[in-house]
Design a binder for this molecule. Sequence first.
Ligand code: CTP
Ligand code: MG
Length: 335
Amino acid sequence: RFQRRIRACRYDIDQFTPNFLSIFDSLVPSEEEIAKQNQLLAALSRLINKEWPNSKLYLYGSCANSFGFSNSDIDLCLSIDDKEMSKVDIILKLAEILQAGNLQNIQALTRARVPIVKLMDQVTGLSCDICVNNLLAVVNTKLLRDYAQIDRRLQQLAFIVKHWAKSRRVNETYQGTLSSYAYVIMCIHLLQLRRILPCLQEMDATCNVTVDDNHCTYFDQVDKLKNYGAHNKETVSSLLWAFFHYWAYQHDYMQDVISIRTGRIISKHMKDWTRRVGNDRHLICIEDPFETSHDLGRVVDKFSIKILREEFERAANILQYDANPSVTLFEPYVP
Ligand code: CTP
Ligand code: MG
């Protein structure tokens, strides 16, 4: 079934750029909303620090990585060094602290794969999930945010791809499709290949943290890289076209792994990702930048890979031929 098809981009693709950019603008959170998030972070930190003075609360995920839509839930991570208590004990205790601090709708989910406390804050109206000691997520959040500082087109492209994935229901990891985190990595990779973004992990390290045996090092002085991609004049519409053509017709699903750690495509063979091991099927391979044994495509199974590839093809064809791609692309999926 697989055919590599190199198609030339339609000549009039750029006429759709204003439409795509106005979709982007409509999804970006307002200053006011960001202020509310920080207000909640400050209030919760105050409360938790009273009990655990050496703990620290971090924002991570979409509210901190510059790829968050307006009105999304916020992800928080409590970093705490307590050898006496298990993660579940910490979660239960955290729920108690929040309860005593007059927060409402608190739920401790201790049996989830990642145990969390959920809450809805009445003051700001925000919902949030708090996990414990997931520092790798805090570090990869910073990496994504740093990439977003370099070239505005990353944020634009990733917002539109995420919006497409949510409309088409291929952003549901429990159904075997990809996480938002994976889609952002796919966008970074495309822009690295087009020399719009550098590969920060291949440059001299200015940021250096070790989290559970993973050495996370990269160049994080991104204000020095603001002109990195300036020679490339592609618009967000042609990058969107390139993104979907790559995943529909050019990516070699049999052999290749995309890797933003190296800024290149590497081989499945080299990573020993050529066959199914346990639940990891490696049908679409996206290397995590820091936890390099982690394939972000591991949630994808033999049914969902078909759905995903059909959606990539649909999107590629809409961008190539449709009269109104900025509308048709996001038409809701109807089963
Ligand atoms: N994460 C991770 N490994 C994964 C998936 C997620 O480390 N396989 C971490 C990342 O730090 C990511 C965060 O969890 O930023 C949240 O992931 P996700 O919900 O996929 O992304 P969001 O950016 O929060 O997107 P959304 O707007 O869809 O909530
Ligand atoms: Mg999220």
